[in-house]
Design a binder for this molecule. Structure first.
Ligand code: ZN
Length: 250
């Protein structure tokens, strides 16, 4: 079974289209949430995601669009993007967001679990080995797929030691990929990175593929029509900063 792992698309249609065009063959799609927020195409992105007919875990931005009081901890730019998104969403797409299940969600027949932030909390950021340790104790799944930080990285443990892993790419502005072979007896917290608003210093759209028969996790990066996504953000009257940051991958 090969699962395409997507997270944090954030209403960036150009990035999502580039990712789907570059994605290798797969049998399932697991989406770790934050389908909307920040970008200018929430309806188009929701409709594309719905057409893939796959597993989707709710993200904090997806929740905030349906529940304004949960905006309390959002930055001013994030909060204004959520309010704009709420305003432009069709009733049907808003209803779809309202019905998304919070994580953890286990894909059928798999030894893994999907969450947005952490197994405890969709708003929690996993940045460090200490954060990872608590998550490994919270669930028994071998692989925990998580998003929310918008960074491609992984944490692994063989019960005695813990490791922090990051992809090493050969190219800066072209499509590229990096494989991680699963080790016997080890467990993983794996972040595919963000499709629509990367924050790991690489502006290319990020995603991943999990192949359980070859025990392989692969990170991918793919360039997309970034200027077009930026122009749409500016034209929509969303904060300029949300367009600018796409160019830096921060
Ligand atoms: Zn996000």
């Amino acid at each position: 079974m090969r699962a395409l792992i997507l997270s944090d698309i954030h209403a960036n249609l150009e990035a999502l289209e580039a990712v789907l065009a570059a994605a290798p063959e797969h049998d399932a799609v697991w989406n770790l949430g934050d389908v909307v927020g920040y970008g200018a195409n929430p309806n188009e992105v929701i409709e594309k995601v719905r057409s893939l007919n796959h597993l989707v875990v709710r993200g904090n931005h997806d929740r905030a669009c349906c529940d304004p009081p949960s905006l309390e901890f959002f930055s001013p730019a994030a909060a204004s993007a959520v309010r704009w998104t709420q305003h432009v969403l069709t009733p049907e797409n808003l209803a779809w967001l309202q019905h998304l299940a919070p994580g953890p969600v286990s894909p059928e027949g798999s030894q893994s679990v999907c969450v947005h932030g952490s197994p405890h909390d969709e708003d929690e950021y996993l940045f460090t080995l200490e954060d990872a340790w608590e998550s490994f104790h919270a669930v028994s799944a071998r692989i925990i797929f998580f998003g929310h930080t918008h960074r491609q990285e992984a944490f692994a443990t063989n019960q005695e030691e813990q490791f922090h892993l990051k992809p090493q790419y050969s190219f800066a502005d072209e499509p590229d990929q990096c494989e991680l072979s699963l080790r016997k007896g080890a467990r993983y917290l794996f972040n595919p990175g963000s499709v629509g608003q990367p924050r790991d210093g690489d502006r290319r759209a990020a995603f991943a593929l999990y192949d359980d028969s070859s025990e392989l996790l692969t990170w991918f990066r793919v360039p997309y029509e970034l200027e077009k996504a930026q122009e749409k953000i500016l034209r929509a009257g969303l904060p300029d900063y949300l367009a600018e940051r796409l160019a830096f991958g921060r």
